[in-house]
Design a protein around this ligand. Structure first.
Ligand code: NAD
Length: 448
């Protein structure tokens, strides 16, 4: 099938390449000319394992191409996926829908034939119904543009696999007043079933529902994950005071299959371009709907998460004798999670910046995210290796759990630092091994 993917960032570039891998003809569209030039040359503008090989393969055959032209896209595609950003508004907690609105309007206006728009961006509930209207009023007369919502669940670091073999797919359709899909929506569903024929044959669950449910599934999933992380981090605050082992606690409750062990790792908390803004946007939307109380607890989830950053900073201050002025601090990690170079709302980078603002000389090393981090906080000292970051350091903080950091040899690192004090912000090191190598080992969720 011929399709376009509008917005070629983390989501869109991956989706475009994955659609080509499924045998479709794909045109990626973005307003960022530099990004389009890189992608057209077969280069991925961000770090995502496995993506560059697939992009190279499909750029070479012409199965995937890239453009900044909506006219070209409107003439080319039978299906248009929308993958533009929905960041937090500058002056509030709600999602900024400017980019989605603009993309839907422009592609509808440029459509030269009947087509389906499939929204993948994470949007506030109620958006799809509004955007279907926008599409209809923007499209040339006689051209039918049907809009469906098909939220994306990929995880950065596993994006290719998650796009090709997701654990479920969700499709939101326009329903009529009787609570059934309209005939146009049924036709659009048939088109999406053709797009995802491989996944459907493989038995991947495909949940077809109304717009509101589809929109809510995405933010509900992210909110639930955020709740799990903040739950264990709230318990960290208790074990930091009374003692106890937060990792054993997580293991023990995680063995209950109703709870599960995933997303129960105590540490500096969640970040990235999704979880923080999605829980805030969901609360903001509930508030707009007059349902403030329903999701008020998400404010607490957010607060617990942000408190972990402050606590980590205070731990470093305490280890430096009450002041960071003139101290040398090694920060390991800037990305919000390993296998990604994404530093949006990253706890690691936020903590590094706060340490710097309090007078510390911060040497930061991330295996992939140094360049992105330097764009955001140019004044930190970014170094090209783990050894360079830790040499002479008074305190070392592990803030993103890259394998390179999890596998560090405590004796080797001890031979480089000024003072062997480590704050394990992700609870991934073996405390005994580090203590045996002469380290003062501190971690979130431990009493010190
Ligand atoms: N990154 C993820 O892991 C992930 C996972 C699931 C869902 N999402 C959701 O997907 C959406 C995109 O996220 P992302 O991380 O890929 O963002 P991103 O910032 O990496 O990419 C967005 C892209 O859209 C482009 N863009 C903006 N306005 C445009 C327009 N009018 N026309 C064409 N292109 C335009 C930007 O230039 C940018 O390249 C968000 O709603 C996000 O919540 C992201």
């Amino acid at each position: 099938m011929r399709m376009t993917v509008i917005g070629t960032g983390y989501l869109g570039a991956t989706h475009a390449v994955a659609m080509a891998e499924l045998g479709h003809e794909v045109l990626g569209v973005d307003v960022d000319q530099a990004k389009i030039d890189l992608l057209s040359a077969g280069q991925v503008p961000f770090h995502e394992p496995g993506l560059s090989e697939l992009l190279g393969k499909h750029v070479a055959t012409g199965a995937v191409r890239f453009t900044t032209s909506y006219e070209e896209a409107g003439a080319f595609g039978d299906v248009h996926f929308i993958g533009v950003g929905t960041p937090q508004k500058r002056n509030g907690h709600a999602a900024d829908m400017t980019y989605v609105d603009s993309a839907v309007e422009q592609i509808s206006r440029a459509a030269t034939h009947d087509c389906v728009i499939a929204g993948k961006s994470t949007v506030p509930v109620g958006s799809a119904a509004r955007l279907q209207e926008l599409a209809l009023t923007s499209a040339p007369s006689g051209t039918r543009v049907s809009l469906v919502w098909n939220p994306e669940f990929l995880r950065e670091g596993h994006a290719v696999e998650d796009t090709l073999r997701p654990d479920r797919m969700v499709l939101g359709l326009e329903y009529d007043d009787a609570g059934r899909p309209t005939s146009a929506a049924q036709a659009a569903e048939a088109v999406l079933r053709e797009v995802y024929a491989h996944q459907l044959e493989a038995g991947i669950p495909f949940i077809v529902t109304d717009y509101a449910t589809a929109e809510l599934v995405k933010v509900a999933a992210n909110s639930f994950l955020a709740i799990k992380i903040s739950f264990i981090n709230a318990l960290s605050e208790i074990t930091e005071t009374v003692g106890g082992d937060i990792r054993t606690l997580a293991d023990a409750i995680g063995l209950d299959e109703r709870i599960g062990r995933k997303f129960l790792n105590a540490g500096v908390g969640f970040g990235g371009g999704c979880l923080p803004k999605d829980i805030r946007a969901l609360r903001a939307r509930a508030s707009e709907l007059g349902l403030d109380q329903s999701l008020r607890f998400l404010a607490e989830v957010d607060d617990i998460n942000l408190r972990r950053r402050e606590y980590t900073v205070q731990l470093a201050v305490q280890e430096c004798g009450g002041s960071l002025h003139g101290t040398q601090i090694a920060v390991l990690g800037a990305a919000f999670k390993p296998e990604s170079d994404d530093v949006r709302d990253s706890p690691a980078l936020d903590i590094a910046a706060r340490l710097h603002s309090m007078g510390a000389d911060v040497r930061l090393y991330d295996p992939q995210a140094n360049a992105n981090a330097a764009q955001r906080y140019p004044r930190l000292d970014y170094v090209a290796s783990l050894d360079a970051a830790v040499t002479g350091a008074q305190v070392t903080l592990l803030l993103t759990e890259w394998r390179e950091f999890r596998d560090m040899d405590p004796r080797h690192v001890a031979s480089l630092v000024g003072t062997p004090t480590i704050i394990d912000g992700r609870n991934v090191l073996d405390p005994a091994a580090w203590q045996d190598a002469g380290w003062r080992y501190l971690a979130l969720g431990r009493r010190h």
